[in-house]
Design a protein. Structure first.
Length: 686
């Protein structure tokens, strides 16, 4: 190896359970290859198609590499380049003027564009706390499931992913593992080769369902009914570990009574699946050891999402599956990580102030609200980073309307001119993962990863942390915490110097989590038990037991919008990230709607026809793809395409609502009714 070639250890920044360890090859200061680190057991040298193209994203010809100031009307995408000093001076001046009236009129908007703790919420959080800006409730992806899991198991905790390889039954519930959890799928394949039975529960016949022994294609939003019917069968057939229930659970008598109200016949009608499939699932779960559930966040994006997660999370305790290291459940492992968020984010900078909290999932409505005693001041400024709300937030017609307000000052930190960046007053060029320090926890395994910068920032790009430090200086924020470097923040995130030295040396370090964490109970709940009944929920006026909570929008096959629609990710995109990487867009080709041939025939729709998908909130044009991946009565709108790349300048979120889940205040993307019609020529621009 010459001095001109080096290999730099890093971590994948994207919102995926796998959090892969990366190796970036750098030749003469330019990244030439991004690959998985073979020394990291979870990554094992393998990356998904998306991230293997990461260098293409970093050097993309359309990447924003200098600050841009809007010169045309809002949303026109017309900008002129300006210097960093000019941009930051003007932004600071505008924010100071608003803050002088009421800092709560300023709102940060961010999510998981990077999952890193440092480029995510560190200096940015400090900046907005010092300012006294409105707080953001970051609910858009996982908060319903996280709340349901926490109410039952005590935190976002579960079995160690590698031990699924030893399971004899794996239930993959609400997850297309091949597309969104690739390394878990490799483990499941190993178990399958060793004789394990694989069952997939998903309204869509995914690529994962194709390769499982059984696919249960339930209706969206009926997962709790299915789980309760499984409990019914466990009880009536005596497939219970009564000793584990007695010692390590709370609320069994009440849960038993509720489950007995859910015979398979009732659940079959609600879920739209054959009775025998439910009986077989219960028989498999009750009689196979060790048995494990890989639960994922797809199933909690409905009105009853939190309850559904609670119901499924009760199943392993009923059969004592937790006794085995290859038994139990994994939805998220992020609660295992001792992250020092308070040190990173410094909420103490608020002092006595208690700003309001705005839910990111209702940004469409909230940007259109006037000042009131109940709401507080009108939102006058938005600073968006690590997110693309115009594409990803629900009911995007309203989101666009809000962002188009001439009296709204909007700053967007971005790599590209996304739908949201097009609506900005300033676009500030941010670094990609190859250009900055960061530290990553995961939600699919139990390793911490360090990301080192592999290359210098391209063009004029600056790190999120650097941008907020510069703004803090211009706003006169002189607390010493704004001088912390990114490397210092990485060290602060874990707080153990010894661990950080391991990260510097290897790029990753494993947490000391027991192989079978709940074999002897010891759940991180108030009672130390798996809580079938949650007193905390009861105290909030909610049902303390899990139940089936029907969707807001129930498909009946009748009425103006007779079809249920779910909008799972396209395999080669990650939400709206990667949509502009040409090689990946070439694979996806165009926005599509999967339809069952029966539903298409009733509407005179042929495969490949351009259709209008619509409801009372808006309409979306895309191509119909007729196949068995869609079950009758349900259509699948794949992928959150950028609106401006859509056939009529919209995407699937034109149709989703701003309703919130039963717990966790999360959006209900998969609780959505639509109608589909052949696009007539005169509609083509409507």
């Amino acid at each position: 190896m010459t001095d001109a070639i080096q290999v730099v250890r890093g971590a994948c920044p994207h919102d995926c359970p796998d959090t892969c360890a990366l190796l970036t090859t750098v030749e003469n200061g330019r990244a030439t290859k991004v690959q998985g680190n073979p020394a990291h057991p979870m990554t094992d040298g393998v990356l998904c198609t998306k991230v293997s193209r990461y260098a293409e994203r970093t050097y993309h010809p359309e990447r924003v590499l200098q600050p841009l100031k809007r010169v045309g009307p809002k949303g026109s995408g017309q900008f002129e380049p300006v210097s960093w000093d000019a941009a930051l001076d003007d932004i600071a001046k505008r924010l100071q003027a608003i803050a002088a009236r009421d800092p709560q009129a300023i709102l940060p908007y961010s999510y998981a564009g990077t999952m890193g703790l440092v480029q995510g919420e560190s200096i940015s959080a400090r900046f907005f706390h010092q300012l006294g800006a409105s707080l953001l409730d970051r609910t858009i992806c996982a908060s319903a499931g996280a709340e349901g899991l926490t109410q039952t198991l005590g935190n976002k905790v579960g079995m160690k992913v590698q031990f699924f390889a030893e399971s004899k039954l794996i239930v993959i519930w609400g997850s297309n593992s091949i597309g969104s959890n690739l390394h878990f799928w490799r483990i499941a394949q190993e178990a399958k080769r060793n004789g394990a039975r694989l069952v997939c529960i998903d309204p869509r016949k995914t690529e994962t369902a194709d390769k499982c022994h059984e696919h249960i294609a339930l209706k969206p939003g009926t997962d709790a009914a299915l789980a309760l019917a499984v409990m019914h069968e466990l009880i009536t057939h005596g497939w219970l570990d009564q000793d584990y229930i007695d010692q390590h659970t709370l609320g069994w008598a009440d849960l038993r009574e509720r489950a007995l109200q859910w015979p398979p016949e009732r659940a079959a009608e609600v879920c739209g699946v054959p009775i025998e499939q439910i009986r077989q699932l219960a028989r498999d779960w009750g009689t196979t050891k060790p048995a494990a559930i890989r639960l994922n966040y797809g199933m909690q994006r409905v009105r009853g999402g939190g309850n559904a997660v609670r119901a499924v999370a009760c199943l392993p305790a009923l059969t004592g599956a937790w006794r085995h290291r290859a038994g139990g459940l994994l939805m998220s492992s992020s609660g295992h990580f001792p992250v020092r968020r308070t040190a990173l984010q410094r909420p103490d900078l608020l002092g006595e102030r208690r700003p309001r909290t705005i839910n990111m999932s209702t940004i469409g409505d909230d940007l259109l609200r006037e000042a009131s005693a109940a709401f507080g001041p009108k939102i006058e400024a938005l600073v968006v980073y690590n997110s693309n709300p115009v594409a990803v937030a629900p009911e995007s017609g309203k989101v666009v309307q809000g962002f188009a307000r001439e009296d709204l000052f909007t700053v967007v930190l971005e790599h590209f001119k996304t739908d949201t960046a097009d609506m900005a007053d300033y676009i500030l060029p941010a670094t990609t993962q190859l250009e900055h320090w960061d530290i990553h926890t995961t939600y699919g395994h139990t390793d911490v990863l360090l990301n080192r910068p592999a290359i210098a920032p391209v063009g004029g790009a600056r790190t999120n942390t650097d941008i907020f430090r510069a703004l803090a200086a211009r706003m006169g924020f002189d607390d010493a915490c704004f001088a912390d470097t990114d490397e210092q923040l990485c060290r602060m995130a874990i707080g153990d110097e010894k661990d950080f030295e391991v990260l510097l040396q290897h790029g990753f370090a494993s947490l000391p989590v027991p192989d079978a964490p709940f074999a002897q109970g010891g759940f991180p709940t108030p009672s130390g038990r798996c809580e079938f009944f949650s007193q905390r929920l009861a105290d909030m006026g909610q049902d303390g037991l899990p139940d089936h909570v029907p969707n807001y929008e129930l498909a009946s096959g009748q009425g103006p919008y007779p079809l249920a629609m779910i909008s799972p990710p396209a395999r080669n995109f990650l939400n709206s990230t990667f949509v502009n990487v040409q090689s990946l867009r070439d694979i996806e080709a165009e926005p599509v709607l999967e339809m069952h041939p029966e539903d298409a025939a009733a509407r005179g729709i042929a495969d490949g026809a351009v259709v209008r998908v619509f409801n009372g909130r808006g309409s979306y044009h895309c191509k119909a793809r007729l196949n068995q991946r869609a079950r009758p009565g349900v259509v699948n709108g794949l992928g959150v395409w950028w609106r401006k790349l859509g056939l009529n300048g919209t995407n699937v979120n034109e149709l989703t609502s701003q309703h919130l889940t039963d717990m966790g205040r999360a959006p209900v993307f998969y609780d959505c009714l639509v109608e589909v019609a052949l696009l007539q020529k005169e509609d083509a621009h409507g």
